[in-house]
Design a protein around this ligand. Structure first.
Ligand SMILES: [Zn+2]
Length: 636
């Protein structure tokens, strides 16, 4: 009995945000759940590190792609370690074993005739590293996924015969009812495939940062398309193509994915696997996106939820509970501090924490913390039966990743316990001298708490261990088997006092971003950097002549210039151009100057403006009028 669970490998062009944390926490919960139930479990996460975007991002920062990938990959890994994510392997697509496995897979598909060479011409989005058919473009130009402008690219490419697998894929969706979870998402996939599949371009020649083709094909111009490389991580992590000792975990039981990458996992990936004669994953479990206070999160709005900040402020396990409980799996969810605080104060504090406190208080007051379950079945057969019915339904929910429903149901057994206390009033039983009934009630509640702790353990590993400690047992596979699967009750035990688990939160613990007055543009994102003509007119650019230039002592980059803008006296401007110009060659040159920039000091020297320049890999050139103009002439 095994379970293999994966997160997507995260692309290293972004630091971890709440979406990454959400996927990873669902996968971690599932892995912990299956381990507790005695499955041999393998939980994989990692980072996706190739592609043009990474090559470019690294270049911008003056780093090699590998250096840059190392840095961001470490951020993911460090966060998961801080979050105590119980992954068994953290794969990186720059790992040598992965690269070997990918080349092996390419070779197999090529030799089989599923890969052929051709040319590709199409609208290409650099940002998404994808070609798009003209029919999908917005305004015939912009990328349908990210809104940035596309460009026409024609290149030699190897293609995967995706079209060949169209019928087999449709058959798969028909036969495997739960291949895509939740089931509602499957229809989108079916519609896409029924619309007709075109062969997939799977190599690029326009950049270098990717897995080279296998030597046997001998075509060094090409690197592999990042998605082919990335998807194969799920098998190379098990040693596919190298040391295959973990391949018994294949096929994956759950690939956790965000809805934006469902198509890659539910269409391309099974087609690649069919070509490789490998088994198809059991479930592609697809979750939605998060908004914040009802608004889309974006870097430009500065409202991206930093999972570390939330966990630090509210507690990691409370955050985990919130993420899983708040949103029906597959749907979009909204993060707000209010919703989080409500979950902590109500579900966790009132329903769970208070129940434990009540039982500690009553057992201490009436029985010196000694509890015995011997009369529970005699007095509370009905409560036990109700509880059991709920518990019996939980596994099916877990198997479909419906953690919100799982938790909702689990909370019903806490309600049974809370109601039982109110109905049987142990304090009254004590007054009536019915100590055995009071004891049975306290033991009933303690047993419900014990089972709840075991079943909640995958979501809140440490908190539930504290509850178990208070009830005199510990959480592991054996206790899970005994108290959940075999329905046993704790026998006689001593209850231990523990401090309140969920202190009430009165007000938000994190500073909220000031609400931005700027409205989110409704146009595609390509419009993000657009300014109005009024914005442009705020910038005063004038033609000036350099009248003096000298080096700034001890600075490798700076020159100090006096520039005549037709004003009373020349402006002093400090510019970082020393690597490209000597002072003497600048005197007499005309340049364009941003004249209304707020003055600033550079290395202690006042600078009263900025000169314009163009820079590329061949160096830097100052920008000025093509023929001489009077000093102070505005640039329009
Ligand atoms: Zn795009």
């Amino acid at each position: 009995m095994k379970r293999y669970i994966t997160t997507p490998i995260y692309y290293v062009n972004d630091v971890p945000h709440i979406g990454h944390a959400y996927t990873t926490i669902i996968a971690d919960t599932a892995a912990r759940y299956f381990r507790l139930r005695g499955f041999e479990t393998f939980f994989l996460t990692g980072t996706d590190e190739h592609g043009q975007k990474i090559e470019e991002a690294a270049k911008k920062r003056g780093k090699s792609p590998k250096e840059y990938a190392d840095e961001i990959s470490a951020k993911f890994r460090n966060l998961w370690d801080e979050f105590e994510i119980s992954y068994d392997k953290f794969i990186r697509t720059t790992d040598p074993e992965h690269i070997k496995g990918v080349q092996k897979a390419f070779e197999i598909m090529y030799n089989k005739g599923d890969i052929y060479k051709g040319t590709y011409e199409g609208h290409y989005c650099i940002s998404c590293e994808s070609f798009f058919p003209e029919s999908q473009l917005i305004d015939n130009e912009f990328c349908p996924d990210c809104g940035k402008p596309t460009s026409i690219v024609k290149e030699e490419s190897y293609f995967f015969r995706l079209s060949k697998y169209q019928d087999k894929l449709l058959e798969l969706y028909k036969n495997e009812e739960k291949f895509v979870l939740p089931k509602s998402k499957k229809n989108e996939v079916i519609r896409f495939v029924e619309g007709g599949l075109q062969d997939l371009s799977i190599t690029r020649t326009s950049f270098n940062w990717g897995v080279p083709l296998p030597e046997s094909i001998n075509d060094p111009k090409h690197v592999m398309y990042v998605w082919l490389d990335a998807l194969l991580n799920y098998v190379t992590a098990l040693g596919y193509g190298t040391d295959e000792k973990l391949m018994h975990f294949w096929p994956a039981d759950y690939h956790l994915v965000g809805k934006d990458i469902l198509r890659f996992h539910a269409v391309y990936w099974p087609a690649f696997l069919m070509s490789l004669d490998l088994a198809i994953p059991k479930h592609i479990a697809t979750h939605g996106w998060w908004t914040r206070n009802g608004e889309k999160m974006s870097k430009s709005k500065g409202n991206v939820v930093d999972p570390k900040a939330v966990a630090d402020a509210y507690g990691l396990e409370n955050f985990r509970y919130f993420l899983l409980r708040e949103v029906p799996f597959g749907q979009d969810g909204d993060f707000s501090q209010k919703a989080l605080i409500d979950r902590i104060n109500n579900d966790l504090g009132n329903d769970l924490g208070n129940l434990l406190n009540r039982i500690i208080g009553m057992s201490g007051k009436y029985f010196d913390f000694q509890v015995d379950s011997k009369d529970v079945e005699k007095f509370h057969a009905q409560e036990l039966a109700e509880m059991q019915e709920i518990i019996d339904g939980l596994d099916a929910l877990a198997e479909e990743m419906k953690w919100h429903r799982y938790l909702e149901e689990l909370w019903k057994i806490l309600t049974i316990a809370n109601k039982a206390i109110d109905r049987y009033t142990p304090w009254a039983k004590m007054k009536e001298g019915k100590e055995d009934e009071a004891m049975a009630l306290i033991a009933l509640v303690a047993n419900i708490l014990a089972k709840a702790a075991l079943l909640l353990h995958p979501v809140m590993p440490k908190t539930t261990q504290t509850i178990a400690d208070a009830l005199g047992f510990s959480i592991d596979k054996e206790s899970f088997k005994k108290f959940v699967e075999n329905r046993e009750l704790l026998k006689s035990f001593t209850i231990k006092k523990v401090p309140p688990l969920f202190p009430k939160i009165e007000e938000p613990l994190m500073q909220e971003q000031k609400s931005q007055t700027k409205k989110e543009p409704t146009q595609p994102k390509s419009q993000d950097n657009v300014i109005t003509i009024d914005d442009f007119f705020k910038v005063k650019i004038k033609v000036g002549t350099v009248v003096e230039a000298e080096e700034v002592p001890k600075s490798k980059k700076l020159l100090k210039l006096q520039i005549d803008l037709g004003e009373e006296r020349p402006r002093q401007i400090v510019a970082g151009i020393k690597e490209f110009y000597t002072p003497s060659e600048l005197v007499g040159e005309q340049v364009c100057v941003v004249a209304n920039l707020k003055p600033a000091k550079l290395m202690g020297i006042l600078s009263e403006g900025m000169i314009l320049a163009a820079r590329d890999e061949n160096g830097l050139t100052l920008v000025g009028p093509k023929t001489r103009k009077k000093e102070g002439t505005p640039v329009q």
